[in-house]
Design a protein around this ligand. Structure first.
Ligand SMILES: O=P(O)(O)OC[C@H]1O[C@H](O)[C@H](O)[C@@H](O)[C@@H]1O
Length: 295
């Protein structure tokens, strides 16, 4: 499988696989992403770690147009194209990958689309942008809307027993660790000022603020988003031992903080492009201590 490595003159780097457009490493200056030591990297299944791209459905498909798709859609398990261009602009280097319908996608998904995935590396930040264009040629009314969900599945390298995610307090969320369908679909209100993942956690926060801090004693990252109204916090804890591609105890080394549009669907008319974006940056020590002592 082909990987592209972006190198920043100030020392940071990012490695992106064409398979799934998955970012499998971000160093600024040390590694910031978790990838399981037993992740499959030969393009036969999505990578367990890094930043997989979720499109056009999050979780098991619920939309009739997605019925034949696997969990989290096909973007993370398709071969993307790259134009061999690495752009350098100011203090940033970036690449753009694209994905169009292929015969194997068309066999399970009938919609016309064009995806662009832009990865931009700075000295201490990394941004990802997903551009989704509805390329349907239909001129009929009502418009031939493309309805989709999208999410960046960030595996943030962090000590799971100490990490806190903020600010999610008072948001409504869906707890997918509940055992019944009724439990999963009944919203709860987040009471914690800092959300921890010391036990199995799979929470979908709706209409979240769009800016988050993921911090622990000794480090942290901030995530700022555009057009991504929801955020998922996931850590499988011991249930991770059932995943064939999760290294032993791997769940102790990360928290997934996943900004996306996953409750309901984005609707994009023919010819229109939707853009969802996140910027992940290293939190500097002074700010981290301030935030934790305010808790
Ligand atoms: O195993 P995967 O298909 O990669 O999914 C891993 C996880 O992704 C998200 O965080 C979902 O909320 C979880 O329910 C799911 O278990």
């Amino acid at each position: 499988m082909s990987n592209i490595v972006l190198r920043h003159p100030k020392g940071s780097s990012a490695e992106i696989m064409l398979y799934g457009a998955t970012i499998v490493s971000w160093k600024s200056p040390s590694e910031r992403l978790f990838v399981s030591a037993t992740a499959v990297r030969d393009g036969s299944k999505p990578v367990r770690g890094g930043i997989p791209v979720v499109f056009p459905c999050f979780g098991p498909p619920a939309h009739p147009e997605h019925a034949k798709l696997p969990q989290h859609g096909f973007a993370r398990s398709s071969d993307w194209s790259w134009d061999n261009i690495i752009k350098e602009e100011g203090d940033y280097v970036s690449i753009t990958l694209t994905l169009d319908p292929t015969p194997s996608i068309a066999a399970v998904y009938k919609r016309q689309f064009h995806l662009r995935f832009v990865v931009t590396l700075g000295e201490d930040d990394l941004s990802t942008e997903l551009h989704v264009k509805n390329t349907s040629a239909s001129t009929e009314y009502p418009p031939d809307f493309l309805e989709f969900q999208a999410l960046f599945h960030n595996y943030v390298l962090a000590p799971a027993n100490e990490v806190l995610v903020t600010p999610l307090q008072n948001l409504s969320y869906f707890d997918k660790t509940e055992s019944t369908e009724e439990g999963k679909s009944s919203p709860k209100i987040e009471k914690r000022a800092g959300v921890d993942v010391r036990k199995f956690t799979d929470s979908v926060y709706e209409n979240a603020p769009g800016s988050y801090e993921v911090t622990w004693p000794g480090g942290g990252v901030a995530i700022k988003t555009t057009n991504l109204k929801d955020v998922v916090v996931w850590n499988p804890a011991e249930t991770g031992s059932k995943m064939g591609d999760m290294e032993k105890g791997g769940w102790e080394k990360f928290v997934c903080v996943e900004p996306g549009h996953v409750r309901g669907y984005e609707r994009v008319a023919p010819g229109i492009t939707w853009v969802g974006k996140q910027v992940i940056s290293v939190v500097h020590n002074a700010r981290r201590h301030q935030n934790r002592s305010a808790m």
